[in-house]
Design a protein around this ligand. Structure first.
Ligand SMILES: Cc1ncc(COP(=O)(O)O)c(C=O)c1O
Length: 381
């Protein structure tokens, strides 16, 4: 049975990228690798919509999260961390581990940042050196109002805005420079259509000023050393060579599609998913749903974990359940990266059949029909 990976990451890897990564490995201290890194660096700036360098680390996304803490702060520095789900919690916890004074802006899991509340927090904590927030909180499917948050933070010369765009970059519009985003991180296994193992971090001029006075220890994730090396198209340590070669191809694919069409495709797939879920009589979990994943409230009487395991075992479609406090309460449908209209239809169809198998009262095909209507309509316009 054909396998469909429809998780909120890792996501499917295109054949073009797989073939590139299957080539015999080259050495990284060679002109050949430097040419690849030079190309990738220029392309990443286009995707991140920034003039600043986008640094690469050979790590999963959590490594870049850690790098964003250790490279810009000193022990005792205060930061405001938006905690609206699993990944906000992780970032706040990392900041605590490294000795920062963390003001947690706790938000009910499933809700988005309230700009008035953020304004209040910024006024109450004038010495806060940063605001940390996910663009998309993958654990709940919420997208936060990053542009508007940037407007509140931009004018404060002593405050950085750090955005975890791990499930947003390359999916919907994130204008790093225009919106005043100082540090933006992402990871390879989502919209970049690669295996896990490579993370990215853009650093604004303002953030580099913070780096100059930062006293937290740094060794592996040393942004300054990486920037020095990467400006010469090499890396401080041995990089994830094959993934970077794959990235060169996935970036080609993203830029061949072009950012407007890339964002439009994700918006279209997300809309079709949301509409079909509602047509099945189910509710969306996120107050402000992102275009990368759709979190769905599990219908009463059915365990969300069972939906995930049944769909995997019976239909060979991987989706993912809720994490921590949302375990069993939601299931999450991914539609990012190398995903097209017909993948979404397969995912919706498998969801309907699974729910039917588990006793949910629905008419098979209603969700798929709704998705078809939305996709057909959106493709016309
Ligand atoms: C928003 C967000 N932040 C951070 C992470 C952590 O990334 P990784 O699992 O690559 O460490 C994830 C992973 O799903 C994520 O979705």
């Amino acid at each position: 049975m054909k396998y469909y990976l429809m998780a909120p990451g890792p996501s499917t890897i295109p054949e073009r990228v797989l073939l590139e990564m299957a080539k015999p490995i080259i050495h990284h201290r060679t002109q050949r690798f430097e040419a690849v890194l030079g190309k990738v660096r220029a392309q990443l700036k286009q995707i991140f919509q920034t003039q600043s360098d986008v640094l690469l680390f050979s790590s999963v996304g959590s490594g870049a999260m850690e790098a964003s803490i250790t490279n810009f702060f000193s022990p005792g520095d205060q930061v405001i961390a938006v905690v609206s789900g699993k990944f906000g919690e992780r970032w706040a916890d990392q900041a605590v581990v490294f000795g920062l004074d963390v003001v947690r802006y706790e938000i009910e899991w499933g809700k988005a940042v309230d700009l008035n509340r953020l304004r209040e927090l910024l006024e109450k904590h004038p010495s806060a050196k940063a605001v940390l927030c996910q663009a998309c909180e993958t654990s709940t499917g919420v997208s936060h109002p990053i542009k508007e948050m940037g407007q509140l933070i931009k004018s404060r010369s002593n405050t950085l805005f750090m955005v975890d765009a791990i499930t947003a970059m390359g999916i919907y519009d994130i204008k790093t420079d225009e919106w005043g985003l100082d540090v933006v991180i992402s990871g390879s296994q989502k919209a970049f259509m690669l295996p896990p193992g490579l993370s990215m971090m853009s650093v604004s001029q303002k953030a580099w000023e913070f780096n100059k006075v930062s006293k937290l220890p740094k060794f592996y994730f040393n942004a300054k050393e990486e920037a020095k090396a990467q400006s010469k198209n090499t890396t401080h340590f041995t990089p994830a060579i094959s993934i970077i070669q794959g990235l060169s191809i996935s970036l080609d694919m993203m830029l061949e599609e072009g950012l407007p069409r890339l964002f439009k495709r994700h918006a279209r797939l997300a809309k079709a998913t949301r509409e079909s879920v509602k047509e099945m009589g189910l509710e969306l979990w996120a107050a402000l749903p992102s275009d990368s994943i759709t979190a769905v409230k599990t219908p009463s009487g059915i365990d969300g974990e069972k939906i995930v395991s049944h769909m995997a075992q019976k239909y060979n479609v991987t989706i993912i359940g809720g994490q921590d406090q949302l375990k069993g309460k939601i299931f999450r449908l991914g539609h990012m990266g190398y995903t097209g209209e017909f993948d979404v239809l397969a995912m919706i169809g498998a969801t309907e059949m699974t729910l039917k198998d588990l006793g949910h009262n629905l008419t098979l095909g209603k969700g798929v029909a709704r998705a078809l209507q939305v996709l057909h309509q959106e493709l016309k316009s």
